[in-house]
Design a protein around this ligand. Sequence first.
Ligand code: SF4
Length: 349
Amino acid sequence: MNIFNKIKKAKLVGRGGACFSVAVKWEMVKKAAVDKKYVVCNSAEGEPGVKKDGYILEHFPERVVDGMKIAIDFLGAEKAYIYINKDYYKKYGKKLISLIGGAPIELFVKPIDSGYIGGEESSILNAIEGKKVEPRLRPPFPTTNGLFGCPTLVNNVETFHNVSLVASDEYENRRFYTISGDCLHDGVYSFPDSWTIQKILKETRNYPNFPFFVQIGGDASGEVLAVSQLKSQVSGAGSIAVYSIIKHKPTDLIKKWLDFFINESCGQCVPCREGVYRLVEITRSADPDWQLFGDLLDNLSETAFCGLGCAVPVPLKSYIKNVLAKMPENSINLPNGSKKIICECFKSA
Ligand code: SF4
């Protein structure tokens, strides 16, 4: 069986967070009627609380390089890049270069001042081309119009690692999980991808004995779930952050998430540039307009230019709906008895 059919049979999905079918992506690049094609391995890993790509580069770099070589062969790609953050380059660059050998793969260090958005798929293409590091309007997608206008396959570290396992018939439907936050045994673990959040926390002896909630798929843009929702699988980039309800005050959490987005917004599009600024302004007001807060979040998810802006409502809405709405009124320190109004606003979130 050739590698494409093996990937299809294994039902591999991208492990950068979007969980898009690997076979579909590879097929789109393969079918593009252009001779010059590129492969990019995204090793930027900039989402707070997600460390599994670094773990893979440390422990299984040969799998990552092997997966890239397989992609180059399958697509007939001219060249490939490992787009890597500076920290990972310092730690794993030498090893990767020795594994690459004579293959047409180059390490490209993520520009230092490019922030979180420097790890976004189309920003990576701009960075490698020497352009301003900001997301491109899509469509067209990188699979048809990627690096230098050519069809480009962009997959992340874990995805190429899994491609290598599939090729050698060793893939066992496992994935890597980063566990962090208010727990005793944080770190990166590998378990079957069918395992629930609850099972993973118990297996790693991280299931708290205090009131808590979790954020999955990244500490900034991930979804917040209550204890009653832990029988689901981990979505996104495979991370579970544990939060003590007692330790983390609602105002601090809302500030933490909004601070991240206002600091990391590249400012290219109005909904995100202005919208996040207005959200922060509302939370600082003596009489917050939570209805407007909810409207701005809806607007962001529908109109923001890239995944960062679209992700702003995810932690905020899910925290308000799944956790805050269920907390006793007297334990919430939001101003002016606003809990009821907030919950009304996000009833259908
Ligand atoms: S959504 Fe935010 S980060 Fe994305 S392009 Fe717009 S301003 Fe930049």
